[in-house]
Design a protein around this ligand. Structure first.
Ligand code: GDG
Length: 468
């Protein structure tokens, strides 16, 4: 039987006991691999003096992982540099934050080559290789150079920006052309897929027919594969003992007040500053909610070696402090702003206790928090999901209260209507949302991608081209 070889930058299978965010990608991949025989390959997160390419095999949380150490220069140029200072902001439409340095591009290419050289000997005949996310866009091309002819798929967890924005990247064409070495490229949304198609048509002179991109003599299957969560398992976790205990703690500390909840990695793409402003607008425009509601924002620090993350963290400290200073009373703090992570099962209980789940990224590939919030609710008395139209999840979750995260008035009015929403409407919206979260769960995502990779239209032609 062919194995599934999953590749991502970091390899960190999560478990209930993991505290803090391991990120949406890790949640999804661990779930995918528990069902398949296979290996999860990537960076250990450690650095060594000189790269050796030595692999450490381990079993973590039921998943076989193969880890490789990188050099400190790799961390700076590839991870902090090209991945998180260039591609992440650019693909989230933040050209103002995107840094272009030649050493970043060189480090990125070097690490992709190192990953390919280390992984290639592990790949057996018939194995499927599934490479994840923006850190590893050129990896398939490096594998092909080493003679790997297996099927190789790529899934992008974050958005694909408009063609105009993409072309601001120096050497964008060289980067995107490396993607033609894949057999299948998957995006989270139709929107991202269409933006990629537009790029391919205008910049690579490609054309798309029936889900297959033809460009430069190669054929690559492309599609939208919206990622999901382990919906039933998470719904059960939300009723388990740890979740119940966390739920009880929250209910006691709410003291009859309603809770609006945000849960995010501390990242400028998540719209936290705008969210705080919108909540302040609610308190200003709807004074009846003062002392009757609070916002709990859990924001786990991430990528704190990157300046833009240090800056957003400092700004959020300032904004939350100012709002609390302006509105707090002796026994009410309007914003509880928490920079630490929680166990996953505790988080499920906190979701369940929140009357409103507030998910307002400025750009987001999908956003799994929106789906987790829905899955954690009590079917008899569910909370209301307020969701940014710029989260990929909004393409599927139409029954949420959809907002424009750039408009504090829009968000403030949405919060007011969510807080006052009658139970019958909450239940009917939730039922439809939950049906979707259940149907489009992580297993559906994985199976759709793997099936497309196995039978996709790209590969035969790719081989012919390679043989020519
Ligand atoms: C990328 C894309 C896409 C958060 N705080 C804690 C905690 N978390 C977990 C959440 C959720 C995950 O982290 C965050 O996932 P998201 O999807 O919301 O966002 P990213 O990390 O930016 O993920 C995103 C995703 O990849 C998958 O394709 O949806 O668009 O940006 O699972 O629950 N977990 C625990 N404690 C916390 O305090 N245990």
């Amino acid at each position: 039987m062919s194995r599934l070889i999953v590749v991502s930058n970091r390899v960190n299978p999560p478990s209930d006991a993991n505290v803090g965010t391991t990120g949406g990608l890790a949640m999804a991949l661990a779930a995918a691999l528990r069902e398949y025989s296979g290996v999860w390959f990537g960076w250990s997160g450690e650095t060594v003096e000189a790269f050796t390419g030595q692999i450490s095999m381990q079993k973590v949380a039921g998943v076989t992982v193969a880890l490789v150490d990188l050099e400190e220069q790799d961390r700076q140029e590839y991870y902090n540099g090209y991945a998180n200072k260039t591609l992440w902001p650019l693909l989230h439409s933040r050209t103002d934050l995107a840094a272009y340095e030649r050493s970043f591009g060189e480090g990125y290419q070097r690490v992709n080559r190192r990953f390919a050289e280390t992984l290639a000997p592990l790949i057996g005949p018939g194995d499927l290789v599934w490479i994840h996310d923006y850190h590893l866009i050129p990896m398939a091309q490096e594998l092909r150079r080493l003679g790997v002819t297996n099927r190789i798929g790529f899934f992008l967890h974050i958005p694909w920006p408009s063609r105009q924005l993409m072309t601001t990247l120096p050497q964008h064409r060289e980067l995107v052309e490396t993607m033609l070495a894949y057999d299948l490229i998957g995006f989270q949304t139709r929107d991202a897929l269409e933006a990629f198609e537009d790029y391919a048509a205008r910049e690579l002179d490609g054309h798309v027919d029936d889900g297959v991109l033809t460009a430069q003599g190669r054929r690559v299957a492309i599609g939208a594969f919206p990622i999901g969560i382990e919906a039933d398992a998470f719904a059960q976790t939300a009723q388990g003992p740890e979740a119940q205990a966390a739920f009880a703690v929250m209910r006691a500390s709410q003291a009859g007040r309603k809770m609006i909840l945000g849960v995010d990695r501390l990242d400028y793409s998540k719209g936290l500053e705008e969210r705080f402003h919108a909540y302040e607008q609610l308190l200003a425009d709807h004074p009846q909610w003062r002392e009757q509601v609070f916002l709990l924002q859990i924001a786990t620090p991430s990528r704190d070696e990157v300046e833009a993350y240090q800056e957003i963290r400092a700004r959020l400290d300032g904004v939350s402090g100012r709002i609390n200073g302006a509105y707090a009373t002796v026994d009410w703090v309007p914003i509880r702003y928490v920079n630490r992570g929680y166990r996953r099962d505790q988080l499920a209980g906190i979701y369940r206790a929140a009357e409103v789940g507030l998910v307002t990224p400025l750009r987001d590939g999908m956003n799994l928090v929106a789906k987790e919030y829905v899955a954690a609710q009590d079917p008899e008395d569910p909370g209301v999901l307020v969701l940014s139209r710029y989260a990929g999840a909004a393409e599927q979750m139409e029954e949420a209260v959809i907002v424009n995260p750039f408009s504090r008035e829009d968000m403030s009015e949405a919060l007011a209507s969510a807080l006052a929403m009658p139970r019958a409407e909450r239940v009917s919206r939730w039922e439809r949302l939950m049906a979707g979260v259940r149907r489009d769960d992580v297993a559906a995502w994985r199976d759709a991608f793997v099936q497309a990779l196995q039978g996709g239209a790209g590969r035969g032609e790719l081989r012919e081209v390679a043989a020519n």
